[in-house]
Design a protein around this ligand. Structure first.
Ligand SMILES: O=C(O)c1cc(C(=O)O)c2c(n1)C(=O)C(=O)c1cc(C(=O)O)[nH]c1-2
Length: 250
């Protein structure tokens, strides 16, 4: 068995996963931020990504339930509050719905997920299952993509504002708080992983968990790229029938 990695080497290995596999490198992400997406493609991105947003508190609840330390639970529960809010209409999921509202999508249709791509649903379900079924250390390590999200969020938000005249700062309000929250959350998760991965096997499992998470995010963009750029979306998906989500609103 290879030797235990030092904390600095483990962190470097984790960061290298992001440097080579994070969705900031995906062609669809690059299209989105550089103004090359059609309105339909932007709408499809927002509608599909809603399912990812909605799954985050569920996967975090699985993680929370498995934490034995009250201090760790106090830290982790903030993530659920950030997404669900303390009251109806607050929190990240509500802000994501503001984004889809502004794009003209029907809320009930977005929330139902019925026009999302099958690959989006498989990816999101696999993330929830991963956090429920894998060891706690791996579930926590899988959240470490947040180490890399502040820069992609900045580039994406600036690019969308510059290139799409129907996108306003209010439309993208979801992203305002994320970089600070992501830094707080990933600082905690990184320290947890470094402290609790006490064997090389556990360290390698944490690295693999982060690779899994990157692959899950990548898959969601692959599906958008395939369905909305190169081929056709799944027959029941958004825009398979022209303007299906809008029609539902009328
Ligand atoms: O916009 C992005 O590119 C992006 C990426 C990620 C990520 O890397 O998983 C998250 C988010 N945003 C995000 O908004 C968010 O709340 C979030 C939670 C988590 C997680 O795994 O716990 N990732 C992310």
């Amino acid at each position: 068995m290879p030797e235990l990695l030092s904390p600095a080497d483990l962190e470097a290995r984790l960061r290298d996963v992001g440097a080579r596999r994070y969705h900031s490198l995906h062609p669809f992400q690059i299209r989105l931020q550089s103004g090359q997406c059609s309105r339909t493609q932007v709408e499809a991105w927002a509608l599909n990504r809603y399912l990812y947003q909605a799954c985050i508190p569920q996967k975090d609840a699985h993680i929370l339930a498995r934490m034995e330390s009250a201090a760790d639970r106090r830290e982790w529960r903030q993530r659920i509050i950030d997404h669900d809010g303390e009251h109806e209409g607050e929190g990240g999921i509500a802000k994501w719905l503001k984004l889809t509202d502004d794009l003209g999508l029907d809320r009930e249709t977005v929330v139902s997920g019925r026009l999302a791509l099958p690959a989006t649903k498989f990816a999101v379900t696999s993330y929830i299952s991963f956090c429920r079924d894998r060891p706690l250390l791996e579930a926590i390590a899988s959240s470490l993509t947040e180490l890399f999200s502040p820069s992609v969020i900045k580039v994406r938000a600036e690019g969308m504002l510059a290139h799409y005249d129907y996108v306003t700062p209010e439309t993208l309000a979801y992203f305002n708080k994320r970089p600070v929250q992501a830094k707080r959350d990933s600082d905690f998760a990184l320290a947890y992983v470094i402290e609790h991965a006490k064997t090389r096997e556990a360290q390698d499992a944490a690295i693999a968990a982060l690779e899994f998470k990157c692959s899950m995010l990548w898959t969601m963009l692959d599906a958008l790229e395939h369905g909305y750029i190169y081929a056709k979306p799944w027959p029941d998906a958004f825009q398979a029938e022209a303007g299906a989500a809008r029609q539902a609103a009328e």
